[in-house]
Design a protein around this ligand. Structure first.
Ligand code: AMP
Length: 314
């Protein structure tokens, strides 16, 4: 099977993290980083982003030791994006204590010629203006998916709406779906969100899994709209750090889709399981530590656990 490349644009960052289990200063993070690591187990990934002088060979090797091309990561004069966040109690929600855009503040994405044959585009979490600039430079991709967060929904809504209009699949969590739609009920929210552009919507429920919602535009040749589908998350004994779980979910989900010859409802549903698998690894250690050290065998074993978790012989 021909493996198609995913082009991802999003934050490449240093994260300062505090969770009930500990604290880390300036570890490698960023939405594009977590996404790329998770997706690279399924398909080659190419990253577009910007870093500063603080991003050296050690950070670089986290990408290049996997099938991740970083020719599209620009090195600028200044400091890399720096996010400071903390989690309390059940760690269901990250509290943002600081967002230093640094070199992302003046970034104008330029896509290397070697990336131009990418078939799959992922607009990971970053300023929607940058997401749109990358989308416009990649008009011929087969599929466009994306993510965002409360920061952009609250304060950059006009720009975000232009990105939403471009998406085949939007992947967000339930708080973001409610914020974006103004609806508490997730079925009602899904309809309002898809009316903004995305043909299909994946809503992540953290430790409770994820639900896919479809519209008539999701699979136009099918002649029917698939019913909503929910995939589980794996109950994890010790969650160390939820940072990157959402991006890792998206990486597993989209990486699996890109590794298949066509997007069918069955592929979409299976992809939700792989998303859950990659998210479940991400939370077991700080930052990218766990995903750096997982293997395809381990991924397959956990995929099997996910199947067993929700399989019923009635
Ligand atoms: P999540 O998968 O939702 O936990 O995303 C975590 C990652 O999002 C962290 O590694 C941060 O560096 C990154 N991040 C936090 N705030 C922003 C923001 N405003 N724009 C882009 N990336 C962000």
């Amino acid at each position: 099977m021909r493996h198609m490349s995913i082009l991802v644009v999003g934050s490449v960052a240093f994260d300062t993290l505090t969770t009930p289990t500990g604290h880390r200063d300036k570890v490698l993070g960023g939405a594009a980083t977590h996404f790329a690591l998770a997706a690279s187990f399924f398909t080659p990934v190419r990253v577009v982003g910007v870093v500063g002088k603080d991003f050296g060979p050690r950070q670089q090797s986290v990408f290049t030791s996997k099938d991740i091309d970083i020719a599209g990561i620009e090195h600028a004069d200044g400091l890399s994006f720096h996010w400071t966040g903390s989690y309390e109690g059940t760690m269901a929600e990250a509290k943002t204590l600081g967002t230093d855009l640094n070199v992302f503040g003046t970034f104008a994405p330029k896509i290397p010629a070697s990336y131009s044959d990418s078939d799959y585009l992922f607009l990971a979490n970053i300023d929607p203006v940058l997401q749109l600039q990358v989308r416009q430079q990649m008009p011929n991709v087969k599929l466009v998916a994306g993510d965002t967060m409360n920061y952009w929904i609250n304060d950059h809504r006009g720009n975000l709406d232009k990105v939403l209009a471009e998406l085949d699949i939007l992947i967000i969590n339930d708080t973001e779906a409610r914020l974006l739609s103004g609806e508490h009920n997730l079925v009602a929210a899904s309809k309002k969100v898809m009316a903004l552009g995305p043909k299909s919507l994946v809503i992540k429920h953290g430790e409770y899994g994820a639900t896919a919602f479809f519209s008539a535009a999701s699979f136009p040749d099918l002649g029917e709209v698939p019913k909503p589908f929910r995939a589980p998350a794996l109950p994890i004994e010790q969650v160390v750090d939820p940072t990157g779980a959402g991006d890792s979910f998206a990486g597993g989900f989209y990486g699996y889709i890109a590794s298949q010859s066509a997007l069918t409802p069955a592929v979409f549903k299976t992809a939700l399981f792989y998303g859950g698998v990659m998210g479940s690894f991400a939370v077991e250690q700080f930052g990218t530590e766990r995903l750096q050290h997982t293997s395809r065998t381990e991924i397959n074993e956990r995929f099997q656990s996910f199947r067993e978790l929700s399989h019923l012989d009635a």
